[in-house]
Design a binder for this molecule. Structure first.
Ligand code: ADP
Length: 367
């Protein structure tokens, strides 16, 4: 295995953004990690230098790959500033233009799973939805863009670093339960994601969209970070989402946050496919009885108020949590169970909404 010192020594032969200072001294190195025979490096450049920096990126990749014991090197350019959101510009409906960026070339539609706040079960819903769509015959990818708490590795029981595809540049997604999987959690150490600054986070998300060998996909499900900040806006603007599913619990506070999420997607002209209520009622694991813990019907009423479709409700249920914790979402481990049913209904409703709107192919706008 190569060491950090060997990697830095190899990078000495590559000049930084000014063309004169070797990379390690140029201030552009923003991350280096070595995992077995693979090296991951990030280089920070200003957005206007992004295009011109491609030869530097390639040279760095080649220098690292040439090290003994290294089979693959993945060098990512991260811009220091994200593009400023311009809510007034048309953000979706790019006609039939194909997706840009090699990874998205054959991705037909991108669907974001979002929530106004964390902990409402967004990732659980995204995982089960993705597996259900795959079970219904769709070609599905799942991108875990939840930089504040990537949970896909746990939900699917996959870990380690993704391989590089045969072209040596795109990341090869993992595949489990028929779903192609990539998580920001695969690329950074467990504790690193939380300290990322917003702009770096956004660039990382853009790269996860663009630099993954997704291949042919009918739907790419994106597990978004919670909230309605710049990350969501920039994501919505960069990836031309076919639509968003908002996940909420029935409590008033969560619904207020869900309302904000709906408003945000409306603002950036991303169709809201509907609202899904999680932890809607309690299914007793002993008697199977159903208890309405929270005021029932909150999300449904909220959906009607905002003229968005109510996409169904999943119970608060031990089996849903346990299967998720065990790396086999309930739709994969118990597809015929009562607990899996709401996710299949959600998947059908999402397909229906996507077909109804005849939504366009995603267009990736490069930085
Ligand atoms: P988020 O992505 O919104 O932060 P998660 O999907 O990570 O939320 O869920 C938070 C926690 O709640 C996890 O431990 C998960 O297993 C659990 N959970 C999510 N949905 C349910 C459910 N319907 N029933 C029981 N536990 C659930």
């Amino acid at each position: 295995m190569a060491t950090n010192e060997e990697a830095l020594a190899a990078l000495n032969a590559v000049m930084g953004p000014d063309g004169r200072t070797p990379l390690p001294q140029s201030g552009a190195l923003s991350g280096l990690s070595i995992h077995d025979d693979k090296i991951y490096l990030s280089l920070s450049v200003s957005p206007d230098q992004a295009k011109a920096s491609e030869p530097m990126r390639l040279a760095a990749e080649q220098a690292l790959k040439a090290l003994p014991g290294v089979t693959a090197a993945f060098v990512a350019l991260t811009a220091e500033r994200p593009p400023q959101p311009k809510p007034s510009q048309p953000l979706t409906s790019h006609g039939d233009a194909p997706a840009q960026g090699p990874g998205l070339d054959h991705v037909k539609q991108i669907v974001a799973i979002a929530s106004g706040k964390g902990g409402v079960g967004k990732s659980t819903t995204a995982a089960n939805l993705a597996v259900a769509l795959a079970a219904l015959g769709q070609k599905v990818g799942l991108l875990d863009a939840d930089v504040f708490g990537p949970s896909l590795p746990m939900l699917f029981g996959v870990s380690g670093k993704p391989n590089l595809a045969s072209d040596g540049h795109l990341l090869e997604p993992f595949v489990k339960y028929g779903v192609k999987l990539i998580s920001i959690g695969f690329l950074v150490p467990d504790d690193a994601a939380v300290v990322w600054r917003g702009p770096l986070v956004m660039t990382a998300i853009r790269q996860l969209l663009r630099d993954v060998a997704w291949g042919d996909l009918d739907v790419l499900v994106v597990d978004m970070p919670p909230g309605t900040g710049d990350v969501q806006l920039t994501m919505a603007q960069n990836a031309s989402l076919a639509g968003a599913v908002i996940v909420s619990t029935p409590q008033d506070m969560a619904l207020i946050d869900a309302r904000r999420a709906i408003a945000m997607f409306n603002q950036v002209k991303t169709p809201v496919l509907g609202l899904f209520e999680n932890m809607s009622y309690f299914l007793c694991p002993h008697c199977g009885g159903r208890t309405e813990i929270f005021a029932h019907g909150g999300a449904k009423a909220e959906a009607e108020k905002h003229n968005v479709r109510f996409l169904g409700a999943a119970p608060l249920d031990l089996k849903i949590r346990e299967t998720s914790d065990a790396g086999a979402p309930v739709v994969a481990s118990a597809p015929d169970s009562a607990q899996a049913r709401p996710y299949f209904e959600l998947a059908r409703a999402v397909q229906d909404e996507l077909n109804k709107g005849k939504r366009r192919a995603p267009v990736f706008s490069a930085v």
